[in-house]
Design a protein. Structure first.
Length: 276
């Protein structure tokens, strides 16, 4: 497991952003490794009787969300990330294990159990980000011990508008209280002018001028493209941003006429900084 704490990670990121020398970085890593602890207990030696044995089914995953017309989430095509916390082999040298608590770190309620349960818990992460899960065990002699585990939830959102002259504004949704910024955001959007039968007023095959605009979370225009699509034509917009400071980005698609189009937009967000 990583030997740096969340605060140390922030220092490292700031060093990268300020373009300090690699020598300084290596010195900093040596200093922090010398004082680091293990078991997620943040540099604190534990001398009590509780031995927490934690087995995670995974420590990362991808939250998958599908949306349709009106930005409505299609529940049948959306998948949270389910992670199992197995504490069943946790013991205490002073007494019986009487209970556990798990703070998943994603803003959801605390998970609590007493010692009569089997010590295996499942939590569904329905927001994305990097979260610090805090796991605590208690015994019959009122001893407590806590450890932390980092949980990384990436994000993939697909949005489709069909046969519309007023495409939805598509924004990044399901944002959690992350302890870290994304490593990247990838955006792709396609617009198709279907080759319809020319049967006014029910349908037409007229050209339409389409503008796709990408905004960041501070309303800055990041990228924009405009094309005129004849019947049967399609345009593709793609953008990739590294280490964005804001997460609540959005895509706006505007048309210069009432011609109906089909749109498909994908936001893909990754939080894995291990390659830095």
């Amino acid at each position: 497991m990583p030997f740096w704490t969340s605060s140390t990670h922030t220092v490292l990121k700031n060093m990268f952003k300020s373009q300090k020398t690699m020598t300084s970085l290596l010195i900093l890593l040596v200093i922090f490794s010398a004082f680091s602890g293990c078991g997620g207990e943040k540099n604190e030696e534990y001398s009590g009787p509780i031995d927490i044995v934690l087995i995670l089914s995974a420590n990362s995953g991808t939250l998958e969300i599908t949306k349709g017309n009106g930005n409505e989430t299609i529940e049948q095509q959306s998948n949270p990330v389910s992670i199992e916390f197995d504490l069943s082999n946790t013991t205490s040298g002073s007494g019986d294990i009487t209970g556990f608590t798990i703070n998943p770190g994603d803003g959801s309620d605390l998970i609590y159990s007493n010692g009569s349960e089997n010590g295996v818990f499942t939590h569904e992460y329905s927001v994305h980000g990097v979260f610090e899960a805090i796991i605590t065990a208690m015994d019959s002699e009122d001893n407590e011990r806590s450890v932390t585990e980092e949980i990384r939830i990436d994000y993939n959102q697909e949005h489709n508008n069909q046969n519309t002259a007023n495409p939805d504004v598509v924004w990044v949704d399901y944002i959690g209280p992350s302890t870290d910024i994304p490593m990247w955001i990838n955006v792709s959007s396609s617009v198709e002018n279907p080759n319809d039968l020319d049967l006014p007023p029910f349908s037409s095959n007229d050209p339409v001028t389409v503008t796709i605009t990408l905004y960041d979370g501070q309303d800055n225009k990041i990228n924009e493209t405009t094309e005129t699509l004849e019947g049967g034509d399609e345009m593709i917009f793609e953008s990739s941003i590294e280490m964005p400071i804001t997460i609540d980005w959005r895509i706006e698609i505007t048309l210069d006429s009432d011609e109906n189009v089909n749109t498909a937009t994908v936001f893909n967000i990754g939080y894995d900084h291990s390659g830095m």
